[in-house]
Write a protein that binds this ligand. Structure first.
Ligand code: UN1
Length: 512
């Protein structure tokens, strides 16, 4: 079993009581409030940190503003080189950071390493991007005029991240924001402050090694108050927030009220359609990993399986058998498939959802429940479960962040797509089929309404490079790939007249 203390030492987390950091400069707040980070793996306290207050926040804003004045003058490819070094530092720290993610958050060690790999991948992506922040050129209607657009940094980017990807979501935002010339203030989830501190330590060293002023990357430990300070603050032009739809609506309202920009990655209610033409063995792996991976706490977790009536019973049997083989336990033990939920509140939400599902008529073919005993002393280990339901149950329309999988039967592909789209969320979706017509129809504008639509791949595990995000109550934001960088910049249209007259557009005559 990993020695957590030596991992904390490796990552340089030898202190407590720090509330914020501007670069390598750490500060404690005068606030007496603390957050205790305890592991859902064994229920033990790992460390306590202080909660920042308004004075800490104002100091960070000041440092960030100062740092921006410098950072925006650094050419983008040079900024990319700094992000390259961040990627290298993450490579060196992959094992330690991945292990801490697994211990503090509770995901399996493999997934902890996978999360750090996503961070490395986005850094690589951002390095290339730093030479490709392209604007278009246009043909002016006026003679001897040139018209083009360029992209400038916004300033301070506020990053509010969730517990389930406690470090990767920061890096998706930070890597792009930094090559674009912005500075960042990151408020990690109060459920996972230590992995946040570890990342800040890593980036602070890279910045210091390059003589880059503190304040290019800032961390602030806080709760709702800090989140509200950020979202209401006109000095933070972009807020990128990942979390629940409820949180996202509050962020969108606050940022919208000041006409700021927000980038939202909110809940999903992701389904896989299992067609009569599916490769069922392959579908099984996609479905089970999607539903129980990260104990069902990914925004891309598979929550619903929409199964063709001809293969419904066969596939249900396969699922029940597979669930019987799942090993639940310490996520740091690589023999286990499923770790704990993040905390007891999450366990309560899981149990409530099971009750609600039963009350609405759900038929559990694999029962849920909380595991008890020596190996489960944190009280956060639950059994992945499966219920046969109707898509319109209230609970099925709702995202429960837990390993509860719903089965729904269908007859025609049209019906399956209607069911798949018939939820308020629109993040990820998939179809398992070897039939080309079905696959293409699912991807067409008459098909999935989600930001992510896959064929013969499950709903989770998107790779860096594609734009990540979704529609409807998922919030509409796109991160980590394609042209997601544009959200971190402002576009400026420039028209230059190199003639010796001043012709007006639209042919307007105006002589003096
Ligand atoms: C999230 O759960 O917030 O696609 C992000 C995936 C991961 C990211 C999930 N790459 O499952």
């Amino acid at each position: 079993k990993a020695d957590i203390q030596s991992i904390l030492n490796t990552l340089g987390i030898e202190f407590e009581n720090h509330a914020y950091s501007t670069g390598s400069n750490w500060g404690g707040s005068s606030n007496s409030e603390i957050i205790v980070s305890s592991s859902p793996v064994d229920g033990k306290e790992i460390a306590s940190v202080k909660v920042a207050n308004q004075a800490d926040y104002d100091l960070i804003i000041k440092k960030a503003q100062e740092a921006f004045l410098f950072w925006r003058t650094v050419p983008s490819p040079k900024r990319g080189d700094v992000v390259r070094q961040l990627g290298d530092a993450l490579r060196q720290n992959k094992e330690a950071l991945g292990t801490l993610v697994s211990y503090e958050m509770g995901k399996s060690l493999q997934e902890g390493f996978g999360e750090v790999q996503e961070m490395i991948d986005i850094c690589d992506f951002a390095v290339g991007l730093s030479r490709q922040l392209y604007g278009l050129t246009m043909h002016s209607e006026r003679p001897n005029h040139r018209m083009y657009e360029q992209w400038h940094p916004l300033g301070i980017v506020g990053i509010i991240s969730a517990f389930n990807f406690p470090v990767a979501v920061w890096s998706w935002n930070a890597a792009l924001a930094l090559v674009c010339g912005n500075v960042c203030i990151w408020k990690p989830s109060e459920k996972t402050p230590l992995t946040g501190i570890a990342c800040q330590k890593i980036i602070a060293k890279v910045l210091a090694d390059n003589d880059i002023p503190e304040g290019v990357s800032n961390l602030i430990i806080g709760d709702k108050l800090i989140g509200e300070l950020m979202t209401n603050d006109g000095r933070v032009p972009l807020i990128s927030a990942t979390g629940s739809t409820r949180m996202g609506k509050a962020v969108a309202a606050a940022v919208g009220a000041r006409l700021g920009k927000s980038l939202l990655e909110l809940g999903g209610n992701n389904a896989i359609i299992i067609s009569e033409h599916a490769d069922l063995d392959m579908s099984l792996i996609g479905a089970v990993f999607g539903a129980v991976g990260t104990a069902g706490q990914r925004c891309t977790s598979t929550r619903r399986l929409i199964i063709h009536e001809k293969v419904y019973d066969t596939f249900k049997e396969k699922l029940v058998k597979a669930y019987g083989q799942l090993r639940i336990g310490d996520p740091l033990n690589q023999n286990n498939h499923v770790g704990p939920l993040i905390d007891k509140d999450a366990v309560k939400a899981y149990l409530d959802s099971i009750e609600k599902c039963k009350a609405e008529g759900g038929n559990f073919v694999v029962d849920g429940g909380v595991l008890e005993g020596e190996n489960f002393s944190s009280g956060c280990y639950v059994k992945p479960c499966i219920a046969e339901v109707k898509n319109d149950y209230k609970i099925v329309q709702h995202e429960t962040f837990a390993p509860i999988l719903y089965l729904i039967k269908y007859k025609t592909l049209d019906e399956a797509i209607t069911l798949q789209n018939g939820v308020p969320q629109g993040l990820s979706s998939a179809i398992m089929t070897l039939n080309l017509r079905e696959a293409e129809f699912f991807l067409s504008n008459q098909g999935s309404d989600c930001g992510i639509a896959n064929v013969n791949i499950g709903t989770s595990g998107a790779e860096i490079g594609g734009a990540f995000g979704g529609e409807k109550e998922t919030g509409g934001g796109r991160e980590s790939g394609s042209d997601a960088w544009r959200a971190y910049m402002r576009r400026q249209t420039n028209t230059i007249n190199y003639s010796n007259t001043l012709p007006l557009a639209q042919g307007i005559k105006f002589d003096l």
